[in-house]
Write a protein of this length. Structure first.
Length: 394
């Protein structure tokens, strides 16, 4: 039995040069046993003919809202109800703008509006369009509504430029969709501990010091690990990102509290992902009353290094991932952290040149003893799954 046997996938194709790649996407889905229906916009048919997709899918291709289909079903409602998964690839700035803003003026946008199936979009466009404020605002709107994104990659573009905006490769798209429809259970029986959010260090009864962490990266790791069958504990400081209720959540305030809760679990944890942002320093003294002074000098003391202690105490076969949030993309700093903390993976974030704090996306470099791999901008959920893939040796 193939992994997608009996699954109904509707593929919406909008007009872009990447349409030719969708032939392979359809073929791969069919190989996995899925039933595939294709909807094409008028512009998409100018790149690859509907006959090609009819041949590959063994199904009629729908292009025109008013074309007589030979039966009495309302076509866009029929496909919307039929879909177990709706995939838009390539997803141009135009179709994503329509979808984000509730515009339904052709078969593809109308069926998208009508479906209750999970939707995956695969953006493809010129680099300037991909980084434009309007496109990213539309994409953020869709992400907040629960739409899944297989981010574009970097490479040669049809316009002759080199940069972001190249549609993800067919195998990447099919792998993502397959895991969405048929979640992996490769972490079944594993215990995963995630630190998440920012710690706070009290100055007095009114004030504290902290940092900008939203907890989104930690929340994404927890969700991804739960989806893959793990038993997940989240040691959680201040955060704005919702934590999946299936996880065991341990709320803390200070770095010392996060240290104690994390270190106490080192003996029976298989995977540690230190996505939290503990304060490195705390005030030497905490005022018992609100501080009132024209000038204020605060003496700080160093907090213990949570990740380093975990690296020293964890079982030899346990996996430790640490994060290096730097204001420059210095792999050497990440490598030093990797060595100092006895970690298996250091995830380097350039917080100066990339949106990190509070964003749903990140651009990261994975640093290990074997070398470094830089990834294009992608969702934090995708980064989370890449981390977990490393943890189990994929």
């Amino acid at each position: 039995m193939s992994r997608l046997d009996g699954k109904n996938i509707v593929i919406g194709i909008s007009g872009g040069i990447a349409v030719y790649k969708v032939c392979q996407v359809v073929r791969l889905f069919k190989t996995l046993g899925a039933n595939v229906d294709v909807i094409m916009t008028e512009n998409a048919t100018k790149f690859v003919s509907p006959l090609t997709f009819e041949t590959l899918s063994a199904r009629p291709v729908v292009c025109d809202m008013f074309e007589h289909s030979g039966h009495w079903e309302v076509e866009h409602i029929s496909l919307a109800k039929k879909a177990d998964l709706f995939v838009v690839c390539p997803a141009t700035a135009n179709i994503l703008g329509k979808y984000a803003n509730g515009i339904a003026d052709d078969m593809l946008s109308t069926t998208l509006m009508a479906t209750r199936a999970p939707v995956v979009v695969c953006p493809a466009m010129n680099a300037n369009m991909y980084h434009s404020a309007s496109f990213n605002a539309n994409l953020d709107t869709l992400v907040k509504r629960g739409v899944h994104v297989v981010n574009a990659e970097s490479g040669f573009l049809a316009c002759g430029d080199v940069g972001d905006g190249r549609m993800a490769e067919p195998q990447t798209i099919v792998d993502y969709c397959t895991n969405l429809l048929c979640p992996q259970s490769d972490l079944q029986g594993k215990k995963v501990l995630v630190t998440c959010g920012a710690t706070s260090e009290k100055l007095d009864d009114v004030r504290f010091i902290s940092n900008y962490s939203s907890g989104k990266m930690g929340a994404a790791v927890a969700y991804a690990a739960l989806e893959r069958g793990a038993d997940v504990t989240v040691i959680c400081g201040r955060h704005t990102a919702p934590i999946d209720l299936r996880a065991q959540v341990v709320n803390v305030e200070t770095t010392l509290q996060m240290f104690d809760e994390t270190v106490s679990r080192t003996s029976d944890t298989d995977i540690f992902v230190m996505a939290g942002a503990p304060c490195d320093y705390r005030p030497e003294e905490v005022s018992p009353v609100k501080i009132k002074a024209d000038e204020l000098t605060v003496h700080f003391v160093k907090n213990p290094d949570i990740a380093q202690k975990v690296g020293e105490l964890k079982n030899s076969d346990a996996f430790l991932c640490v994060f290096a949030a730097e204001t420059d993309s210095d792999e050497q700093l990440a490598r030093q952290k990797l060595d100092k903390k006895h970690a298996d993976l250091a995830v380097l974030n350039d917080v100066k040149h990339n949106e990190v704090f509070g964003s749903d996306y990140n651009t990261v470099t994975f640093v290990t003893q074997k070398g470094a791999v830089q990834y294009p901008r992608q969702s934090k959920l995708q980064v989370a799954n890449l981390i977990l893939d490393r943890a189990i040796g994929k």
